[in-house]
Design a protein around this ligand. Structure first.
Ligand code: SAM
Length: 247
């Protein structure tokens, strides 16, 4: 159950600085009220009135990140980009957060892994509360649904409605990455992204040249499991197209 989950009312209400302290921008207290007005509509009066800002927004999201293998593979590859894992299980989220802390300590000399963090969230709800329109450049959906066949359509991480949310938070030119060992799920994801007007499938040639695809195949925990069992990994990438001009 996700009853105990809390969501920011808007992306500006997220305390991103606690996740990426190395990117904190020093703000005088009261700046937030000056900018948004003391009675800012999106602000919960029960919450502290200053949210520390960071110097750049999160650009890469790993939806259902599990134990974070992909994040830790991508973080050194994109050292100037902020990455965020989103995971619904409390203990798994805590494991990833603990690992981030340990990696930051081990790599303090190089400032390594300051660009990666993880939050507990049900990504099927309120994604636009975390990210603004066109904020993200990459969204990963890696081995998203092991119980695909038993799941009702509404409970699936890829659907026409959710794809519209991915399209909202992803900027034109940005990419959704999918990988699974369940062929029916692969077909389902391809069908639903292809029929969505905001997405085009990336060609296999471009797909195979993308460094993220290599990392996604080898660094995800599920990817490693499938490798051990000599299973097949189905991959598909979808590029966010420009919105058509208003009529
Ligand atoms: N992406 C990782 C990988 O490839 O190794 C983990 C894959 S695991 C099969 C699926 C993960 O998605 C689980 O950790 C599960 O808790 C998480 N998950 C499932 N539904 C979710 C949701 N609605 N929001 C966030 N995480 C979710």
């Amino acid at each position: 159950s996700d009853h105990s989950l809390t969501y920011p009312k808007s992306p500006s209400d997220m305390d991103w600085a606690s996740h990426y302290p190395a990117y904190t921008v020093k703000e005088e207290s009261g700046e937030y009220e000056k900018e948004h007005g003391a009675e800012s509509e999106s602000h919960d009066p029960g919450q502290p009135t200053t949210v520390r800002a960071i110097s750049k927004p999160v650009e890469i999201a790993d939806i259902g990140c599990g134990f974070g293998g992909l994040l830790f593979g991508l973080a050194p590859e994109f050292p100037d980009t902020l990455l965020l894992g989103m995971e619904i299980r409390t203990s798994v989220t805590e494991y990833v957060q603990e690992k981030v802390r340990a990696l930051r300590t081990q790599n303090v000399a190089t400032n390594g892994y300051q660009n990666v963090s993880c939050i507990r969230a049900n990504t099927m709800k309120f994604l636009p509360n975390f990210f603004t329109k066109s904020q993200l450049t990459k969204i990963f959906l890696c081995f998203p649904d092991p119980h695909f066949k038993q799941r009702k359509h509404k409970a699936r991480i890829v659907s026409y409605t959710l794809n519209s949310e991915y399209a909202y938070v992803l900027r034109p030119g940005g990419v959704v990455y999918t990988i699974t060992d369940v062929q029916d799920l692969h077909n389902w994801m391809v069908e639903h992204f292809e029929k969505h007007p905001s997405f085009d499938r990336v060609s296999e040639e471009d797909q195979e040249q993308d460094v993220c695809v290599k990392i996604m195949r080898t660094e995800t925990e599920e990817g490693k499991k499938v490798e051990r069992n000599q299973g097949t990994k189905f991959i598909a990438l979808f590029r966010r197209v420009e919105d058509p001009p208003w009529p």
